[in-house]
Write a protein that binds this ligand. Structure first.
Ligand SMILES: C[S@@+](CC[C@H](N)C(=O)[O-])C[C@H]1O[C@@H](n2cnc3c(N)ncnc32)[C@H](O)[C@@H]1O
Length: 214
């Protein structure tokens, strides 16, 4: 029998030292995400900035930014239950409501501002690789948070095509992805004429995120 994940039983998980409520059952925040968000926060904390946590889920990424910097951070998410989840988490961390907005978005539709930073953990698992996904993940975590078309790239393609319009001059994107997608992402970045980008590994030595400069 597949057991309900401990984090859903407990109802919360810590993300970079911040308590994240999981009562609406968003994706359980992963330590690979914590790894790159820590680096992003080090950069963001140098200067007050306007950030967007797109594909927010629990809101763990944006809440960590708001708790650890003086910056502003909006949240973008499609699932209405998770919009409530983000509000629960900003309240739990006692974040001043003047520092963020929670937006219902379909990728960028619903967003009308430009940002200095866009932090994105999109759904990126290939449907063709469903057999590699843990049974507990499949049974309990939201499919919409996990899968994105046969090759896992459906959301990422649109995101990288459109993101330029939502970045300020010299704006920066941090985006998480599956190691197998590096080659195609590199091609998309060339085609979309971003100025430069660096791929980096997670704590397990797997290529896991990219920092892109407009
Ligand atoms: C991989 S989860 C990331 C959650 C959280 N940011 C984290 O790192 O734990 C992706 C999130 O994107 C949301 N999502 C999926 N498709 C979307 C879309 N087209 N527009 C906006 N959000 C979407 C899902 O509901 C899910 O919450």
């Amino acid at each position: 029998m597949v057991e309900i994940p401990k984090e859903y039983k407990d109802g919360f998980k810590y993300f970079l030292g911040t308590k994240i409520d999981l009562s609406k059952k968003p994706l359980i925040p992963r330590i690979e995400t914590e790894f790159w968000v820590k680096q992003a926060i080090e950069e963001i904390s140098k200067k007050q900035s306007h950030c967007l946590d797109l594909f927010s889920g629990s809101g763990c990424v944006g809440v960590a930014v708001l708790k650890n910097t003086d910056s502003y951070c909006d949240f973008g998410e499609l699932n209405e239950d998770f919009l409530e989840q983000i509000e629960i988490n900003t309240n739990l961390s006692a974040i001043n409501s003047l520092r963020y907005s929670i937006l219902k978005t379909n990728i960028f539709s619903g967003i009308s501002k430009k940002y200095d930073y866009i932090l994105a953990n999109p759904p990126y698992i290939a449907e063709s690789r469903i057999k590699d996904v843990g049974l507990d993940v499949l049974a309990f975590e939201p499919k919409m948070a996990l899968f994105s078309g046969v090759d896992g790239m459906s959301v990422i393609r649109i995101f990288l095509n459109d993101a330029k319009k939502y970045l300020n001059k010299k704006g920066v994107i941090y985006m998480e992805f599956d190691p197998q997608q590096k080659f195609e992402i590199d091609g998309l970045l060339k085609n979309n004429k971003y100025s430069n980008w660096d791929f980096s590994c997670d704590q397990f030595g797997l290529i896991r995120f990219v920092r892109i400069v407009l």
